[in-house]
Write a protein that binds this ligand. Sequence first.
Ligand code: ADP
Ligand code: MG
Length: 293
Amino acid sequence: MSKLNNYKIIKELGKGGYGVVYLVNNPDNEKNYAMKIEKIREEDIDLDNKFSPLTKELKFNIKVAKKYPNFFMRLLDYDIVKDCDYKWKATEKDNEINKELEKSPYCFRKIYTLVDGVVCNIRNKISAKALKSLIIQFIYTIYIMYSIEKIIVIDIASCDNVGFIKTNKKYISINVNNKTYQIPTYGYLIQIIDYGYISDIEDIEKNIKEYNPKSSDISGYKFIHIDHVSETFFDYYDNKDMFENIANIFDKNFEKVDLDIPGMDLLMEIYKFDTKNENIEKILTYLLENFNF
Ligand SMILES: Nc1ncnc2c1ncn2[C@@H]1O[C@H](COP(=O)(O)OP(=O)(O)O)[C@@H](O)[C@H]1O
Ligand SMILES: [Mg+2]
C-alpha cells in the first residue's frame, strides 16, 4: 500500500481546472502538507514519455524547485492510484485528451510543501513595500526559469498560481550574474506553485522553426514573461481605472499613470524597458541596482 494513504485529509485548500488540493497531515512526523489529486491517462504513467504531466512535474522539481527551494514549492512524494475516488468531469467543448482523462481510472497524487496562501488573497491588502518585494522575488523566479534553466511555465501568469509564505527573515538573498543581492522581505517570500505545465524553451523553438521555417521572430512567446508581473500582481482586469493606467503604460504615456496605486512605480520602471525584446537579466539587474523599495 502506498504511504500516501496514511496522510489524513484536514480540509480542502483549493480547486483548479484539473484537480483538487487538500491540506493533509502526515501522522509519521505530525507535519502538514498539501496533497493535490488529478486524473492521469494510463499512457502518461510512463517516465520515458517526456510529454506526460508526471514527467514534466518531476523534471521541474529536480531541475528547478529543489535547486531553488526558497522560491518554489517542492514536490516531496507522489503515487499513482487505480480506481481512485476523485472524479473529474470534462466539458462538452473539451478536447480528446480531457475526455480520456475523465474516463481514466488512474489518479496522480502529489505531496507538496505548504504555502500560506496565493497572491490573489493578499495583493490588495499588504503594504506597497511588501508588494514590491514580492514582485522583485517573482521576477527573480522568472529569471531562474526562463534565463537560467530554460523552462517555460505556462500557467504562472495568474495570481492563484503564485503563492507566498510569511517569514521572520528580514532579507532573502538572490544571485544574478554572479552577484548576490539582499532583498528586504517585509515579511513575505514568494513560492511558485502549480508549475506542472512546463515546456523546454529549446523544444518550443524547434517546433516554431519546423512549423514556420521562414519565421525569424520567435521572441514573442519568450518575452511575455515580464507581462506576467502585471497580470499576477495588479487586478486591472477587474478595475477599469487601473486597466486604463496599464494601457497608458503600454503606450509609454507615463504622465497619465496614477502613481498612488501601490507598486505602480515599480511596474513603470519595468515598462520603461522594451519588455518584449529586452533581456530579463538586464531588467532585473537594473531594478536591483537602482530601484529603492
Ligand atoms: N502547496 C500548496 N499549499 C497551499 N495551498 C495550495 C498549494 N498548492 C495549491 N494550493 C491551493 O490550491 C489551488 C489550486 O492549486 P493549483 O496547483 O493551482 O491547481 P490547478 O493546477 O488545478 O490550477 C491554488 O490556487 C491554491 O489556492
Ligand atoms: Mg492553478
